[in-house]
Design a protein around this ligand. Sequence first.
Ligand code: ZN
Length: 167
Amino acid sequence: MAMLQIIKYPNKILKRKTVPVHGLTSEIKKLISDMIETMYANGGVGLASNQVGKNLSIAVCDISQNKKSPMVFINPVITEKNGESVEEEGCLSFPNILLELKRPDSIKVKALNNKGKPFAIEAEGILSRVIQHELEHLQGKVFIDNLPVIKRLMVCREIKQNTKKAR
Ligand code: ZN
């Protein structure tokens, strides 16, 4: 396994919609295990392939305490959304930014797992939120895109200032 570099906003790769995976090649299997390792190493609960510079419809997540229960979503689709909740969210591509976002509370998702087998799950609460966040990445969207324009501009300014400070 290998650690991958996390792409930070506003890199354009994050704005590109990913393409479906056809066939689990050894290269793709390696990418998936590298994505899981990279997510853990950075203390994340989810990661989408375009966050590591790949353009494939693959996301991983793990909200467990012991970090030993990774979930893999290949070509995922949300088939149902219900309810509404507001929670704070972060993103590995936006260091030091936390946002309160309103999202559907529960979802149904279908995807392929790490063996290429179709599965469907219902998720609610944090898991639902993480899956929605990662699947948004796969569509070329980032979480600040859910904010009203004025708030989004404020966050972008904050990111620019943080980047300057880091230099
Ligand atoms: Zn993210």
